[in-house]
Design a protein around this ligand. Structure first.
Ligand code: BTN
Length: 270
Protein backbone atom coordinates (compact mmCIF):
# COMPACT_ATOMS: atom_id res chain seq x y z
CA UNK A 1 0.00 0.00 0.00
CA UNK A 2 1.13 3.53 -0.81
CA UNK A 3 2.85 5.29 2.15
CA UNK A 4 0.52 7.99 3.64
CA UNK A 5 -2.24 6.40 1.56
CA UNK A 6 -5.19 8.74 1.05
CA UNK A 7 -8.39 7.42 -0.44
CA UNK A 8 -9.70 9.01 -3.60
CA UNK A 9 -12.26 11.65 -2.75
CA UNK A 10 -14.82 13.18 -5.11
CA UNK A 11 -15.01 16.63 -3.46
CA UNK A 12 -11.22 17.06 -3.54
CA UNK A 13 -11.06 15.89 -7.15
CA UNK A 14 -13.86 18.31 -8.17
CA UNK A 15 -12.00 21.19 -6.51
CA UNK A 16 -8.92 20.45 -8.66
CA UNK A 17 -10.97 20.05 -11.85
CA UNK A 18 -12.34 23.57 -11.28
CA UNK A 19 -15.85 24.98 -11.74
CA UNK A 20 -15.44 25.79 -15.43
CA UNK A 21 -14.70 22.16 -16.35
CA UNK A 22 -16.69 20.41 -13.57
CA UNK A 23 -19.88 21.68 -15.16
CA UNK A 24 -19.23 19.26 -18.04
CA UNK A 25 -19.13 16.27 -15.66
CA UNK A 26 -22.45 14.51 -15.44
CA UNK A 27 -21.65 12.15 -12.61
CA UNK A 28 -18.44 11.12 -10.80
CA UNK A 29 -18.46 7.77 -9.07
CA UNK A 30 -15.62 6.44 -6.92
CA UNK A 31 -15.72 2.70 -6.29
CA UNK A 32 -13.66 0.64 -3.89
CA UNK A 33 -13.55 -2.27 -6.31
CA UNK A 34 -14.99 -3.05 -9.73
CA UNK A 35 -14.27 -5.53 -12.52
CA UNK A 36 -13.09 -2.74 -14.83
CA UNK A 37 -14.01 0.93 -14.86
CA UNK A 38 -14.39 0.73 -18.66
CA UNK A 39 -16.67 -2.32 -18.45
CA UNK A 40 -18.65 -0.64 -15.66
CA UNK A 41 -19.46 2.37 -17.82
CA UNK A 42 -19.98 0.30 -20.98
CA UNK A 43 -22.54 -1.98 -19.31
CA UNK A 44 -24.60 0.71 -17.57
CA UNK A 45 -28.25 0.55 -18.75
CA UNK A 46 -28.18 4.28 -19.56
CA UNK A 47 -24.78 5.50 -20.54
CA UNK A 48 -24.59 9.25 -20.14
CA UNK A 49 -21.98 11.46 -21.70
CA UNK A 50 -19.94 12.99 -18.90
CA UNK A 51 -20.17 9.97 -16.57
CA UNK A 52 -16.89 9.17 -14.83
CA UNK A 53 -15.86 6.13 -12.84
CA UNK A 54 -12.69 5.85 -10.76
CA UNK A 55 -11.80 2.74 -8.74
CA UNK A 56 -9.27 1.87 -6.08
CA UNK A 57 -9.03 -1.67 -7.42
CA UNK A 58 -10.03 -3.59 -10.56
CA UNK A 59 -10.55 -7.35 -10.57
CA UNK A 60 -10.51 -7.58 -14.38
CA UNK A 61 -8.57 -4.55 -15.53
CA UNK A 62 -8.20 -4.59 -19.29
CA UNK A 63 -5.48 -3.30 -21.58
CA UNK A 64 -5.31 -2.99 -25.36
CA UNK A 65 -5.28 -6.00 -27.65
CA UNK A 66 -6.97 -8.27 -25.08
CA UNK A 67 -4.21 -7.84 -22.51
CA UNK A 68 -4.73 -7.62 -18.75
CA UNK A 69 -4.07 -4.37 -16.88
CA UNK A 70 -2.65 -5.19 -13.46
CA UNK A 71 -4.89 -3.33 -11.00
CA UNK A 72 -4.10 -3.98 -7.31
CA UNK A 73 -5.51 -1.79 -4.51
CA UNK A 74 -2.07 -0.37 -3.84
CA UNK A 75 -2.68 3.26 -4.74
CA UNK A 76 -2.72 3.44 -8.54
CA UNK A 77 -5.27 5.27 -10.67
CA UNK A 78 -7.94 3.46 -12.71
CA UNK A 79 -10.22 5.97 -14.34
CA UNK A 80 -12.80 5.96 -17.17
CA UNK A 81 -14.89 8.66 -18.80
CA UNK A 82 -17.95 8.17 -21.02
CA UNK A 83 -18.21 10.85 -23.71
CA UNK A 84 -20.32 11.54 -26.80
CA UNK A 85 -18.55 12.87 -29.87
CA UNK A 86 -20.64 14.29 -32.68
CA UNK A 87 -18.59 12.82 -35.50
CA UNK A 88 -18.25 9.75 -37.66
CA UNK A 89 -16.35 6.88 -36.05
CA UNK A 90 -13.62 7.22 -38.71
CA UNK A 91 -12.68 10.61 -37.27
CA UNK A 92 -12.22 9.16 -33.78
CA UNK A 93 -8.94 7.52 -34.85
CA UNK A 94 -6.83 10.29 -33.30
CA UNK A 95 -8.68 10.48 -29.97
CA UNK A 96 -6.17 8.26 -28.12
CA UNK A 97 -3.39 10.57 -29.29
CA UNK A 98 -5.25 13.64 -28.02
CA UNK A 99 -5.85 11.93 -24.66
CA UNK A 100 -2.14 11.01 -24.45
CA UNK A 101 -1.23 14.67 -24.92
CA UNK A 102 -3.79 15.70 -22.27
CA UNK A 103 -2.46 13.19 -19.70
CA UNK A 104 1.07 14.43 -20.40
CA UNK A 105 0.03 18.06 -19.81
CA UNK A 106 -1.61 17.01 -16.53
CA UNK A 107 1.52 15.17 -15.36
CA UNK A 108 3.66 18.14 -16.40
CA UNK A 109 1.54 20.49 -14.32
CA UNK A 110 1.80 18.04 -11.40
CA UNK A 111 5.58 18.46 -11.74
CA UNK A 112 6.64 15.42 -13.74
CA UNK A 113 8.48 16.22 -16.94
CA UNK A 114 10.32 13.98 -19.45
CA UNK A 115 7.10 12.21 -20.42
CA UNK A 116 7.03 10.74 -23.94
CA UNK A 117 4.19 9.17 -25.94
CA UNK A 118 4.55 5.88 -27.74
CA UNK A 119 2.04 5.54 -30.56
CA UNK A 120 -0.81 4.94 -30.28
CA UNK A 121 -1.62 5.18 -26.59
CA UNK A 122 1.26 4.48 -24.22
CA UNK A 123 2.69 7.04 -21.85
CA UNK A 124 6.36 6.60 -21.03
CA UNK A 125 8.85 8.08 -18.60
CA UNK A 126 12.52 7.48 -19.41
CA UNK A 127 11.67 4.55 -21.68
CA UNK A 128 9.50 2.82 -19.12
CA UNK A 129 5.72 2.59 -19.32
CA UNK A 130 3.93 4.79 -16.81
CA UNK A 131 0.36 4.77 -18.12
CA UNK A 132 -1.90 3.37 -20.82
CA UNK A 133 -5.11 4.41 -22.53
CA UNK A 134 -7.93 2.12 -23.66
CA UNK A 135 -10.68 3.59 -25.84
CA UNK A 136 -13.79 1.57 -26.53
CA UNK A 137 -16.85 2.55 -28.55
CA UNK A 138 -20.20 1.75 -26.97
CA UNK A 139 -22.43 2.96 -29.81
CA UNK A 140 -21.90 4.77 -33.04
CA UNK A 141 -23.89 6.14 -35.96
CA UNK A 142 -22.92 8.25 -38.98
CA UNK A 143 -23.20 11.38 -36.84
CA UNK A 144 -22.18 10.39 -33.31
CA UNK A 145 -20.01 8.06 -31.29
CA UNK A 146 -20.35 7.16 -27.68
CA UNK A 147 -16.86 6.42 -26.41
CA UNK A 148 -15.50 5.15 -23.10
CA UNK A 149 -11.96 6.36 -22.48
CA UNK A 150 -10.02 4.45 -19.83
CA UNK A 151 -6.74 5.58 -18.31
CA UNK A 152 -4.54 3.44 -16.09
CA UNK A 153 -1.67 5.23 -14.32
CA UNK A 154 0.98 3.52 -12.21
CA UNK A 155 1.23 5.59 -9.05
CA UNK A 156 2.42 2.95 -6.60
CA UNK A 157 2.97 -0.55 -7.94
CA UNK A 158 4.99 -2.72 -5.55
CA UNK A 159 7.80 -4.54 -7.36
CA UNK A 160 6.86 -7.89 -5.83
CA UNK A 161 3.38 -7.97 -7.39
CA UNK A 162 4.24 -6.34 -10.70
CA UNK A 163 4.37 -9.27 -13.05
CA UNK A 164 4.67 -7.15 -16.20
CA UNK A 165 6.59 -8.26 -19.27
CA UNK A 166 7.91 -4.84 -20.25
CA UNK A 167 9.88 -2.07 -18.53
CA UNK A 168 7.53 -0.01 -16.32
CA UNK A 169 7.70 2.70 -13.70
CA UNK A 170 5.40 4.37 -11.17
CA UNK A 171 5.10 7.94 -9.89
CA UNK A 172 6.33 6.97 -6.42
CA UNK A 173 9.62 5.80 -7.94
CA UNK A 174 9.91 9.01 -9.98
CA UNK A 175 9.11 11.38 -7.13
CA UNK A 176 10.42 9.39 -4.17
CA UNK A 177 7.66 10.83 -1.97
CA UNK A 178 3.98 10.00 -1.38
CA UNK A 179 2.07 11.20 -4.46
CA UNK A 180 -1.13 13.21 -4.11
CA UNK A 181 -3.56 10.95 -5.98
CA UNK A 182 -6.57 13.27 -5.73
CA UNK A 183 -4.52 16.09 -7.24
CA UNK A 184 -3.28 13.83 -10.04
CA UNK A 185 -6.81 12.51 -10.76
CA UNK A 186 -8.24 16.05 -10.81
CA UNK A 187 -5.52 17.38 -13.12
CA UNK A 188 -5.97 14.46 -15.52
CA UNK A 189 -9.75 14.85 -15.61
CA UNK A 190 -9.44 18.58 -16.21
CA UNK A 191 -6.98 18.23 -19.10
CA UNK A 192 -8.80 15.29 -20.69
CA UNK A 193 -12.19 17.01 -20.62
CA UNK A 194 -10.67 20.19 -22.13
CA UNK A 195 -9.06 17.97 -24.78
CA UNK A 196 -12.42 16.30 -25.57
CA UNK A 197 -13.94 19.71 -26.38
CA UNK A 198 -10.97 20.71 -28.52
CA UNK A 199 -11.03 17.36 -30.31
CA UNK A 200 -14.75 17.77 -31.02
CA UNK A 201 -14.17 21.26 -32.45
CA UNK A 202 -10.85 20.86 -34.29
CA UNK A 203 -10.04 17.15 -34.40
CA UNK A 204 -6.48 15.86 -34.17
CA UNK A 205 -5.12 19.02 -35.84
CA UNK A 206 -5.26 20.76 -32.45
CA UNK A 207 -2.83 18.19 -30.95
CA UNK A 208 -0.56 17.40 -33.87
CA UNK A 209 2.27 19.81 -33.04
CA UNK A 210 2.42 18.84 -29.37
CA UNK A 211 2.31 15.13 -30.26
CA UNK A 212 5.36 15.61 -32.47
CA UNK A 213 7.28 17.12 -29.54
CA UNK A 214 6.36 14.15 -27.33
CA UNK A 215 6.73 11.37 -29.93
CA UNK A 216 8.98 8.62 -28.50
CA UNK A 217 9.32 6.87 -31.86
CA UNK A 218 10.19 9.88 -34.02
CA UNK A 219 13.55 9.29 -35.68
CA UNK A 220 13.97 5.94 -33.88
CA UNK A 221 14.50 2.54 -35.43
CA UNK A 222 11.66 0.13 -34.61
CA UNK A 223 9.62 -2.76 -35.92
CA UNK A 224 5.92 -2.86 -36.79
CA UNK A 225 4.18 -6.24 -36.57
CA UNK A 226 1.47 -6.57 -39.21
CA UNK A 227 -0.71 -9.57 -40.05
CA UNK A 228 1.59 -10.02 -43.08
CA UNK A 229 4.84 -9.95 -41.09
CA UNK A 230 7.31 -7.49 -39.60
CA UNK A 231 8.50 -4.23 -41.14
CA UNK A 232 11.50 -2.40 -39.72
CA UNK A 233 12.17 1.27 -40.37
CA UNK A 234 12.61 4.72 -38.87
CA UNK A 235 9.76 6.56 -37.15
CA UNK A 236 8.47 9.46 -39.25
CA UNK A 237 5.76 10.80 -36.92
CA UNK A 238 2.02 10.60 -37.45
CA UNK A 239 -0.10 11.74 -40.40
CA UNK A 240 -3.06 14.11 -40.17
CA UNK A 241 -5.47 11.29 -39.17
CA UNK A 242 -3.17 9.79 -36.53
CA UNK A 243 -1.73 6.90 -38.52
CA UNK A 244 1.84 5.93 -37.66
CA UNK A 245 4.42 6.63 -40.36
CA UNK A 246 7.49 4.48 -40.83
CA UNK A 247 10.22 5.29 -43.32
CA UNK A 248 11.87 2.28 -44.92
CA UNK A 249 14.32 3.23 -47.62
CA UNK A 250 12.42 5.49 -49.99
CA UNK A 251 8.99 4.16 -48.96
CA UNK A 252 6.81 5.80 -46.33
CA UNK A 253 4.52 3.18 -44.76
CA UNK A 254 1.36 4.20 -42.88
CA UNK A 255 -0.33 2.10 -40.20
CA UNK A 256 -3.67 2.31 -38.47
CA UNK A 257 -3.65 1.49 -34.74
CA UNK A 258 -6.23 -1.27 -35.16
CA UNK A 259 -3.99 -3.23 -37.50
CA UNK A 260 -0.54 -3.37 -36.00
CA UNK A 261 1.61 -3.42 -32.88
CA UNK A 262 4.95 -1.69 -32.44
CA UNK A 263 8.06 -3.39 -31.11
CA UNK A 264 10.51 -0.85 -29.73
CA UNK A 265 13.15 -1.72 -27.20
CA UNK A 266 15.25 1.34 -26.58
CA UNK A 267 18.35 1.41 -24.44
CA UNK A 268 17.10 2.96 -21.21
CA UNK A 269 19.07 6.00 -20.11
CA UNK A 270 20.69 5.61 -16.68
C1 BTN B 1 -2.98 -0.37 -22.30
O1 BTN B 1 -1.90 0.22 -22.15
O2 BTN B 1 -3.03 -1.51 -22.81
C2 BTN B 1 -4.24 0.32 -21.87
C3 BTN B 1 -4.47 0.18 -20.39
C4 BTN B 1 -5.75 0.85 -19.91
C5 BTN B 1 -6.04 0.54 -18.47
C6 BTN B 1 -7.20 1.33 -17.95
S1 BTN B 1 -7.36 1.24 -16.19
C7 BTN B 1 -8.91 2.04 -16.29
C8 BTN B 1 -9.63 1.42 -17.47
N1 BTN B 1 -10.28 0.20 -17.08
C9 BTN B 1 -9.75 -0.86 -17.68
O3 BTN B 1 -10.12 -2.05 -17.53
N2 BTN B 1 -8.77 -0.50 -18.51
C10 BTN B 1 -8.57 0.94 -18.48
Amino acid sequence: MLPNFELLDAATIYSVVGNDVSSRINHLEILESVNSTNTYLLTKPILQSGAICIAEHQTEGRGRRGRTWLSPASGNLYLSLAWDFLMDIGNLNGLALAVGVAVTEALNSYGISRIRLKWPNDIFFTHRKLAGILIEIAKSSKKSCHAVVGIGLNIFLPEEIANINQPWIDIYTIEKKAPDRNLIAGLILREVIIAFTLFQEQGLAAFHGRWRELDLLLGQKFCVQTPQGEIEGIGAGIDETGNLQLQRGTTLHRFNSGEVSVRFQPIASP
